[in-house]
Design a protein around this ligand. Structure first.
Ligand code: GCV
Length: 713
């Protein structure tokens, strides 16, 4: 057993003070079940601190709204009436106007009437989410009457994937693309032992709305492969800790497991012996973890094994695993991130952006219903700006999940402030079939969303959605996320997965109000203003600092931090910008390029095809244009590059100035203040390096002078 440093772990968005409003009142928790126990325990802890009282009642007794309690958290019990409960949700209607018949799996109704705040849910998970809503509301949950509101998650599965390794990988370390120290699950070849920190994590995730976690890297190395068999107990231990918070555990598995672990001569998905091996393996997993979520698979990608070895398709591979999991209601999250990473840079016909669509779109309709095809939100790889992946539009008969990256691989590596809520919100609200059709969020929600099914232009008739997934950004850092302000990204992912239409700045407000405001004794307004000034526009600011106009990948190869314009230009990775003395950008048009624009439906296939109509921010993703090309903004490409990079560096300095002003106010605790200040120094340095390298490169290549005559080295 190791000693955990949880005592020193930052409370993030659940500081005890955030429970003051609940903990100082009289609460009834009504209902049975593990998660109702969690609700009770949460309230009990708050009462111990703030002097309130809580009563747990498993069976209905008396009228829950009779005034004995200030807060009632009650499970609706089919067949048994809970006096007062019906009144709370009476009159609520579904979106289509029908009277509400069921609150639904994870939903809850919140109301306040006659001095009692009531949360009503059909399931224990719904009650837990309702409790955290009351925490978010704080005093305002109790200060006035509230008409009944129905809260339901837009997507059923809201999942975080950890890219954590058990062994320290010689290149990638304990956490692949991790910027927050070690793993909270694994250390030096084994489990960490003390699960206190995992428990705190489960609680935080549940309060943000996440309900599934994959506990190991999608690149499944030798030791991690064994989590499926002889190391399964370690996964069961984690599942035990996540369970009381309504979070199911998933496992990334190695497609070659039957060979590597089972000693079979093949992992061919159509081989009977292989199928039997997986069925048995799945059976053992469910014996150990009855509520196990399922497998995550990266196959035939970046060196991972997969069905191509046996001349089989990704549908063959995924369906085999789906059959093994089907008896237990498990799912396979099969990633669509499949491309040739050993491309010849001289070959202009291969376009990495096309790859996922080319591999997966033809397979639409072939996947079993418990296969979820997990698609990165953009066609390349989590760049600061990409168009929405056309795969999202191409598989109406497949359950699709959309994948984001909370860990900031290409967005400042948690050394830079970069609030990603606005980016995800833009993606989720994007309408790939035009203004009157479904959004990306509706596709991810499938039939379980807000009454509209996803997967097709009119939002009808699609398969049940696969939900939203993101790569986690936490580690064993005392602030969880390296940069303390990167906690906001983790929180925002959960909240936007629950309610994709939510305003990301309102989500940021929620995060500020939970994380910082309860700890402030005076006026919190200056703190709120400062954080908004630093964070609201930080994604756009990072975009201005880095690769221009959607071109992407001008980063240092390998670790991906800092500028290196030609770093990937002559490599096998398929990530090129094709800058020469005349122009820059990737011609992905049908007319003269790779034809990628043709993977989009109307109207975007036309919009992206045209250099005049293509949105400025994606111009170089779709077109190779001269430096003098005039953007819709009125600026030229060269001038835009100079202006944005001067602006990006200046914005980093301004952000630092905002934070510095806060120093004397005492509104944030000194250690956190110092950590952020130190990171802002690095952000300023790095933004200046980006400015100078990008500007110098394009100035030298193009010979175009800066219209404002600024110094370009
Ligand atoms: C886990 C990018 C990252 C890899 C990551 C991969 C993926 O290529 O750089 O570290 O591997 O995405 O999503 O599988």
């Amino acid at each position: 057993m190791t000693t955990d440093q949880s005592a020193e772990v930052h409370a993030a968005w659940l500081p005890p003070e955030a429970f003051r409003a609940i903990g100082s009142r009289r609460t009834l928790v009504h209902g049975a079940g593990l998660l109702v126990g969690t609700v009770h325990q949460e309230v009990e802890q708050a009462c111990a601190r703030f002097g309130g009282t809580v009563r747990r009642q498993e069976e209905a007794a008396g009228d829950i709204c009779d005034g004995t309690f200030d807060l009632v958290l009650a499970l609706s019990a089919p067949g048994r009436s809970t006096p007062g409960a019906e009144a709370v949700s009476a009159g609520l209607r579904e979106e289509d106007g029908r009277p509400l018949e069921a609150i639904g799996d994870e939903g809850f109704v919140l109301a306040r009437e006659g001095g009692v705040t009531v949360v009503l849910a059909d399931t224990p998970a719904g009650l837990l989410y309702g409790l955290f809503q009351v925490v978010r509301l704080g005093e305002s949950a109790f200060d006035r009457d509230r008409a009944a509101e129905l809260h339901r998650p837009a997507v059923r599965r809201r999942m975080l994937d950890h890219w954590d390794n058990i062994d320290v990988h010689p290149v990638m370390g304990q956490v692949e693309r991790g910027y927050s120290g070690g793993s909270i699950f694994w250390r030096d070849g084994g489990p960490r032992g003390d699960l206190t920190r995992v428990r705190a994590y489960a609680r935080l995730l549940s309060a943000s709305g996440v309900n599934a976690v994959a506990v190991n890297n999608v690149n499944v190395h030798a030791t991690e492969t064994r989590l499926l068999t002889d190391r399964l107990g370690d996964v069961a231990d984690l599942a035990e800790v996540f369970r009381p918070y309504g979070i199911r555990v998933h496992l990334s598995v190695n497609f070659a497991s039957p060979v590597v672990l089972g000693g079979l001569p093949t992992a061919d998905p159509l081989d009977e012996g292989v199928r039997a091996w997986w069925a048995e393996a799945a059976g053992r997993v469910y014996e150990a973890i009855p509520d196990f979520g399922g497998f995550v698979v990266k196959a035939d990608s970046e060196g991972q094994p997969g069905p191509f070895t046996y001349g089989r398709s990704h549908a063959d591979g995924a369906n085999m695993l789906a059959e093994a999991l089907r008896p237990f209601d498990g799912v396979v999250n099969w990633r669509a991130f499949v491309y040739n990473h050993q491309q010849d840079w001289r070959d202009r016909s291969t376009d990495r952006a096309r790859a996922a669509f080319d591999h997966f779109a033809p397979l639409d309709g072939e996947f079993h219903s418990n296969v979820i095809v997990q698609v990165k939100h953009g066609p390349m790889d989590f760049q600061v700006r990409e168009p929405v992946s056309p795969v999202i539009t191409a598989m109406p008969a497949t359950r699709l999940a959309v994948e984001f990256q909370v860990t900031q691989e290409y967005t400042g590596q948690q050394r830079h402030v970069c609030y990603l809520g606005p980016m995800w919100s833009e993606v989720l609200g994007f309408r790939p079939w035009g203004p009157d059709a479904a959004t990306v969020a509706a596709v991810a929600a499938g039939g379980s969303a807000d009454g509209t099914a996803g997967g097709s232009p009119d939002g009808t008739g699609g398969a049940e959605g696969g939900g939203l997934v993101a790569v986690s950004n936490v580690g064993d850092d005392p602030y969880w996320t390296g940069h303390p302000l990167a906690q906001a990204n983790l929180y925002a992912f959960g909240r936007l997965a629950w309610a994709p239409q939510a305003d990301p700045l309102a989500v940021l407000d929620e995060w500020i109000d939970l994380t910082f405001v309860p700890l402030v004794s005076g006026d919190p307004e200056p703190l709120r203003r400062t954080l908004h000034a630093m964070m609201d526009g930080s994604w756009h600011s990072y975009e201005r600092c880095s690769a221009p106009l959607g071109v992407g990948f001008m980063v240092r190869p390998g670790h991906h931090y800092g500028p290196d314009v030609d770093g990937y230009e002559y490599t096998p990775w398929g990530t090129y910008h094709f800058a020469d003395r005349d122009g820059v950008g990737v011609d992905r048009t049908r007319a003269s390029g790779t034809g990628f624009t043709g993977q989009y439906p109307q109207p975007w296939s036309e919009v992206y095809e045209s250099p005049e109509r293509c949105p400025d921010e994606l111009l170089l993703f779709f077109h190779h244009v001269p430096y003098g090309h005039v953007l819709q903004s009125g600026s030229t490409v060269a001038q835009h590059i100079y202006d944005t990079h001067f602006a990006g560096a200046e914005e980093a300095s301004e952000s630092r100035r905002h934070w510095e002003k806060l120093g004397a106010s005492g509104l944030v605790e000194p250690m956190l203040y110092a950590r952020v200040l130190e990171l802002l120094d690095e952000q300023v340095r790095s933004a200046e390096e980006w400015r100078d390298q990008i500007n110098a490169y394009f100035h030298r290549k193009s010979g175009v002078p800066d219209a404002l005559g600024r110094l370009i080295p």
